[in-house]
Design a protein. Structure first.
Length: 83
């Protein structure tokens, strides 16, 4: 799961934080609470997860419990790939 967290962290830093200095995102930090992603950003992230990990994110799975932090994404992707 740490590989997933590292890869998604790089993706978010490259595409959403864009080198902002002083921005440190802990594994459990909420993307919404820290204003890292908006609704369009979440859709872009979902597309990235589907393409990178060969999973399909269903509409009812697009919830903060699955997608609002590096930890939740890593656990979600791990569950989807194990199914």
């Amino acid at each position: 799961m740490s590989d997933i967290k590292a890869e998604v962290r790089r993706y978010i830093e490259d595409n959403f934080i864009m080198g902002a200095t002083g921005v440190t995102l802990a594994d459990g930090d909420s993307f919404l609470e820290h204003h890292v992603l908006d609704s369009t950003g979440f859709l872009e992230l979902i597309g990235h997860l589907e393409e990178t990990y060969g999973i399909k994110v269903l509409d009812d799975e697009m919830v903060p419990e699955n997608l609002d932090s590096l930890e939740s994404i890593a656990a979600y992707v791990d569950r989807k790939r194990s199914a």
